[in-house]
Design a protein around this ligand. Structure first.
Ligand code: AMP
Ligand code: MG
Length: 314
């Protein structure tokens, strides 16, 4: 298959309407989209990515008016979260409408829905005219793509089109929040922080992995975000072995300079924005060991540490 690279929203949305799959930029990471009403279109995503069929996709819309075609019920606390955080890096899990394909929800009767806060993404989604099911646009298990070049590296020849945009501003995926119970439960940490959610709904809690909550969000059980190198979590430069074949990313400036690759981040936002890109750069350079500095798990640090821990699982 020939993959078309374009900046034309019209050209890209035409492929969605023809039930083909298209990668597009968002503020979190690049997504790989298909018409969420059409099971055959959605299945192409699972094939291109090599994604397990029991891992549901997030359904993206360009404006709130499209919501009734995606979800069937919205509890009052979920509405409050939407008012505050839509559009933005927040996915709400709600009861699904009949029109959304069960291929997109992996057979669940719930659906994760999000409106990206990204001009090109919004225009593209409005132009598509249908809800777009989209996971991250990477080969399953690899670090999520934050540039169109990373998408092209993983999926060239496997998808119809890449809508080119700037590098993603947030750099980690959306926060997934289960809204099917009596209070919000975070199934996956992401761009909207626990503190922000609690300011609106104080009873918001973090789901426990390996328990019922994990079963609710099948994606969390898979290995994710992994570069080719071994990833180690460290608390300071004394825990690292600087070599040409090793790399370091963190916020602490380190004295020794003989790593193959180093990234020092000003704050946790820059750490989030840089992490996946850094992993991919390490792969390109043949780095064998990546040291990631541990950061405090407040704000977006919770999502950063979640991704690093996942990448560090051997
Ligand atoms: P990705 O699209 O690769 O960012 O992964 C989507 C994440 O959202 C995975 O962790 C999924 O398990 C989760 N997710 C999507 N839809 C649902 C749903 N209906 N219920 C629970 N989790 C969901
Ligand atoms: Mg993903």
């Amino acid at each position: 298959m020939h993959t078309i690279l374009t900046t034309s929203i019209q050209r890209a949305s035409n492929f969605i309407q023809k039930n083909e799959i298209v990668a597009f930029p968002t503020e979190t990471v690049y997504g790989l989209g298909a018409n969420a009403f059409n099971g055959d279109a959605v299945k192409k995503i699972f094939v291109a990515k090599g994604r397990p069929a029991d891992n549901p996709l997030i359904v993206h819309i360009g404006e709130i008016g499209q919501l009734p075609s995606v979800v069937s019920k919205i509890p009052p606390f979920a509405e409050k979260l939407m008012i505050e955080f839509f559009p933005g890096p927040l996915t709400l899990v709600l009861s699904k409408s009949k029109k959304i394909s069960t291929a997109a929800t992996a057979g669940l009767n719930t659906v994760g829905v999000r409106i990206p806060k990204h001009q090109i993404a919004q225009k593209f989604l409005k132009e598509c005219g249908v809800p777009v099911a989209a996971p991250s646009a990477n080969i399953s298990g690899k670090p999520s793509p934050t540039t169109w070049q990373a998408v092209n590296h993983d999926l060239n020849g496997k998808i119809s089109c890449i809508l080119k945009g700037n590098p993603s501003r947030v750099g980690v995926e959306s926060t997934v929040v289960d809204c099917t119970g009596s209070a919000p439960i975070i199934l996956r940490a992401g761009g909207v922080t626990l503190e922000q959610l609690r300011r609106i709904i104080p009873s918001t809690r973090i789901g426990k992995k390996n328990y019922q909550d994990a079963v609710k969000s099948p994606g969390v059980k898979y290995r994710h975000y992994s570069p080719l190198a071994y990833v180690f979590i460290v608390n300071g430069s004394e825990e690292t072995v600087p070599m040409k074949s090793s790399a370091y990313i963190g916020m602490q400036r380190i004295g020794r300079k003989n790593f193959g690759l180093t990234k020092i981040c000003r704050d946790q936002n820059e750490y989030a924005r840089s992490l996946f890109h850094f992993f991919r750069e390490c792969d390109r350079k043949g780095i064998q060991t990546i040291y990631c500095e541990q950061v405090s798990e407040d704000g977006i640090g919770l999502a950063v540490m979640d991704r690093i821990r996942n990448a560090a699982v051997q």
